[in-house]
Write a protein that binds this ligand. Structure first.
Ligand SMILES: NC(=O)c1ccc[n+]([C@@H]2O[C@H](COP(=O)([O-])OP(=O)(O)OC[C@H]3O[C@@H](n4cnc5c(N)ncnc54)[C@H](OP(=O)(O)O)[C@@H]3O)[C@@H](O)[C@H]2O)c1
Length: 270
């Protein structure tokens, strides 16, 4: 039996999840039923999206076609969730709802979608270039087939990890807030280069290539972060002078606390 997928909110992240599946012929465009809010988005997708998926506006008379699909990928913004209302003409066992909404708990999802079995997923912005990290917390009574199907949705655009919902908050802090933290670090280091007289653009490129090179070195040779420090810092040299400043300014503690704080904030949203 072909599984039909409804995408409730066909925005940036949903496209990043669905497009690789279409690219690899793992699903057919005719089995995808997308929902957007505005006429403008509807027309833009009809005109520009490279696949001829079924697409509807949220006030469409054909909204039942969305709720008829066995699988729903819920991908509106959290503040738009109140506008999404389940049609209750279905059997719970057959309906799977996979939510990627930041900060919306499994409890909230099951209350709002009582005719669905719910799964909460946290993914991150690099999913838009096929390099995402996806954490999954299963709701109650999810069948093995439904688990497999959920993983199939994400595994072409991300690495998948399974968690309890509690650990999902820390996963979110590290992986979803992480890109902004790394961007800040790149920017700050580049400003260091700028202060030393390098052009901003060159400085930024040097920093990004240095980060990529360091990660490759660690991964290819199975090194630890301590190994890198020992390889680079020589007695009385430049690196230990730099590290000393970072210790004085408590950078390590600031980074640890940033993750703890993001994780706590995520718990508050639940
Ligand atoms: N951005 C990130 O870094 C990131 C990373 C991981 C996960 N997430 C999660 O992914 C979700 C989507 O984020 P996004 O960046 O992809 O947002 P987005 O690009 O703004 O997409 C939201 C989509 O939902 C549609 N929509 C709005 N109200 C609707 C309604 N009542 N019924 C049906 N569709 C509706 C919008 O249509 P219109 O265009 O017509 O308004 C749009 O297509 C969020 O919940 C976020 O927490 C985001």
């Amino acid at each position: 039996m072909t599984i039909k997928i409804a995408v409730i909110g066909f925005g940036n992240i949903a496209k990043a999840i669905i497009t690789p599946l279409l690219d690899k012929n793992l699903i057919s465009p005719e089995d995808i039923y997308c929902l957007v809010n505005s006429k403008q988005s509807l027309e833009k997708i009809k005109k520009n999206y490279k696949y001829d998926v079924n697409i509807f506006q949220s006030d469409s008379k054909e909204i039942n076609l969305i709720w008829d699909c066995q699988v729903k990928l819920l991908s509106v913004k959290p503040q738009q969730l109140k506008e999404v209302n389940e049609l209750d003409n279905h059997k719970k066992n057959e309906n799977l709802l996979v939510s990627i909404l930041a900060g919306v708990s499994l409890d909230k999802l099951t209350q709002k979608f009582p005719n669905h079995r719910c799964v909460r997923v946290v993914t991150n912005i690099p999913i838009t270039v096929g390099k995402g990290l996806t954490g999954i917390a299963w709701g109650e009574d999810i069948s093995d087939d439904q688990k497999e199907f959920t993983k199939k949705l994400f595994k072409n655009s991300s690495k998948i990890y399974e968690f309890t919902e509690d650990s999902l908050d820390t996963f979110l802090a590290l992986t979803s807030s992480g890109p902004a933290i790394i961007a800040l670090i790149i920017e700050a280091l580049s400003d260091g280069g700028l202060s030393g007289g390098l052009q901003k653009k060159l400085s930024e490129e040097l920093v990004m290539d240095m980060i990529l090179g360091t990660i490759t070195l660690i991964k290819q040779n199975n090194l630890t972060t301590a190994d890198i420090k020992n390889m680079v810092a020589s007695p009385g040299g430049t690196t230990i002078a730099a590290l000393r400043v970072l210790e004085q300014k408590n950078l390590r503690s600031a980074l640890i606390e940033s993750i703890v704080s993001a994780s706590n904030r995520s718990k508050e949203f639940r």
